[in-house]
Design a protein around this ligand. Structure first.
Ligand code: OOG
Ligand code: MG
Length: 262
């Protein structure tokens, strides 16, 4: 770790205040170029701790930057991991208050829910499938706290990987009834198709992203808990949205899920 505990706490407070007040900021590495990976995840953990201390709950986990489309869009080359708080959850068909966000974008994702906790080392696609209760469609709303969505990997990890809102819905199916690689994905904004893809866009198989998350958590003495949504990462580029937009995600065999931006 290159940063002191006081600095980590102060940066967590700064980033969470930006989140709660919908204000943007410069990426952390501009002022703290020495920040290392442990610092970045420690800042993310401190943001979660702030929410838990106020009575919030951990509602899920996410992997991000797991597709070539997303890595190319953001100019980075490695996946990152973050958390979902209960306050991020939007009911199926529900409304996101756009004024609470800075510059939201939506992503089509395949969501896993596990029937038993999973932790690395050594997790792979088969371990994830064996532990999976069901999969279902989910839309993630990301909202980087960094100006113009410009960041490097450590800064985006500290900012909880831009996590902001999410909705899951559609039809939940056991993963063993599906070939998750060839599942077709169609995302529509206001009735127009804005993203097209298949599950294989995420690391060749979306369960590979969940395996990476389990291995990451195992290294930190943690696990993926059972029974919570785990977002495996955007299949297409993220699409900017504004007030008035309606977004619908359809995934082959898994039905659809939608939300509105008010
Ligand atoms: C980082 C979060 C990316 C995904 O699914 O790839 C992400 C960002 O692009 O702001 O959630
Ligand atoms: Mg995402």
């Amino acid at each position: 770790m290159a940063l002191s505990n006081d600095t980590i706490r102060a940066l967590a407070e700064h980033l969470e205040t930006c989140e709660l007040q919908a204000r943007d900021t410069l990426k952390l590495t501009d002022a703290h170029p020495e920040m290392d990976w442990a610092d970045a995840y420690a800042i993310q953990d401190a943001i979660l701790a702030r929410k838990l201390a106020r009575g919030g709950r951990l509602a899920g986990l996410k992997a991000g930057l797991t597709s070539h489309a997303k890595m190319r869009q953001m100019g980075v080359a490695e996946p990152v991991f973050g958390f979902l708080a209960d306050s991020f959850s939007v009911p199926e068909g529900g409304e996101v208050k756009t004024a609470e966000l800075i510059h939201p974008k939506v992503e089509p994702e395949i969501v896993f829910v596990l029937k038993r906790p999973l932790a690395g080392p050594g997790c792979h696609i088969a371990s994830v499938l064996a532990a999976t209760d069901f999969v279902l469609p989910g839309i993630e709303v990301i909202d980087s706290r960094y100006r113009d969505f410009k960041f490097d990997l450590k800064s985006v990890v500290a900012d909880n990987t831009s996590a902001s809102r999410f909705v899951v819905g559609g039809r939940a199916l056991p993963a063993d009834e599906l070939d998750l690689r060839t599942l077709g994905v169609v995302m529509e904004k206001n009735g127009k198709i804005v993203g097209l893809g298949a599950g294989a866009a995420v690391l060749g198989h979306p369960a590979a992203a969940v395996a990476m998350l389990a291995n990451h958590l195992g290294r930190r003495g943690q696990c993926i808990p059972a029974g919570v949504p785990v977002l495996s990462g955007g299949i297409t580029e993220a699409v900017a949205v504004q007030a008035g937009d309606h977004v619908c995600l359809r995934i082959q065999h898994l039905g659809s899920v939608s939300l509105r931006f008010a």
